[in-house]
Design a binder for this molecule. Structure first.
Ligand code: IMP
Length: 208
């Protein structure tokens, strides 16, 4: 089965190809004539993944899928969420994004500690967080949605050189090291994106 994956990221393409396995040929947007940037203006991960898949489907009529991921930090009320890639600005700079996240969390923790010393009860400050991926699949013009979550917490400083994005500050549940220290093999087995893609792959294998 031939299927277009709405990504220009070779790492993501490789990961999805490995998860889908034999019987599926992944095609990039460029290979079907889409060279412009695909719009991503939704206010939720689901809306964004659907917008990207719809864009490909409307232009080509081909079976396709798209993903969108974000980080939700509890003490920040679920931020950065849909803004994860551009948290510190449009440059999508991973280091600047992590620095902003760490300083926002420190600020919130300080505010909560102050409130407690003033006798105002606040929930215990926690550093819990999760990565979430939404995948939209369009097969024969019909939409299907798959989600994947990786629970964990935000470390107080960066550790490790592997991975990308927020990996140096994200410690997955059940581990003591960050994603960047654990490396791709461990991470790909437990990640939000791989869970969502595996759920999609299972569905496709059952149907095709
Ligand atoms: P995207 O939708 O896959 O492009 O993800 C949006 C943003 O979330 C990325 O630019 C990264 O900053 C962050 N992100 C997504 N997945 C991961 C991950 O597995 N590790 C670290 N950061 C991630």
């Amino acid at each position: 089965m031939k299927i277009v994956f709405a990504t220009g990221n070779p790492g993501k393409l490789q990961e999805a190809a490995a998860i889908l396995g034999e019987g599926f040929e992944l095609v990039t947007p460029a290979e079907v004539g889409i060279t412009e940037e695909i719009p991503e203006t939704g206010t939720t991960l689901r809306a964004n993944s659907q917008q990207k898949a719809d864009y490909i489907y409307k232009k080509t009529g081909l079976d396709c899928f798209a993903d969108d991921s974000g980080l939700e930090v509890d003490i920040l009320g679920g931020a950065p969420g849909v803004e994860t890639a551009r948290y510190a600005g449009p440059e999508r700079d991973a280091n600047a994004n992590m620095d902003k996240l760490l300083s926002e969390m420190a600020r919130r923790e300080k505010e909560a500690a102050m409130a407690r010393t003033n006798g105002i009860s606040t929930a215990n400050a926690t550093r819990s967080a999760r990565f979430r991926t939404s995948v939209t699949l369009i097969v024969g013009g019909v939409h299907h949605f798959f989600d994947g979550v990786m629970e964990g917490h935000i470390a107080t400083e960066k550790h490790g050189k592997g991975g990308f994005g927020y990996d140096p500050i994200f410690v997955p549940e059940g581990y003591t090291q960050t994603n960047a220290e654990l490396g791709d093999k461990v991470k790909n087995a437990i990640s939000h994106r791989s869970k969502a893609l595996r759920a999609m792959a299972e569905y496709l294998r059952e149907q095709h």
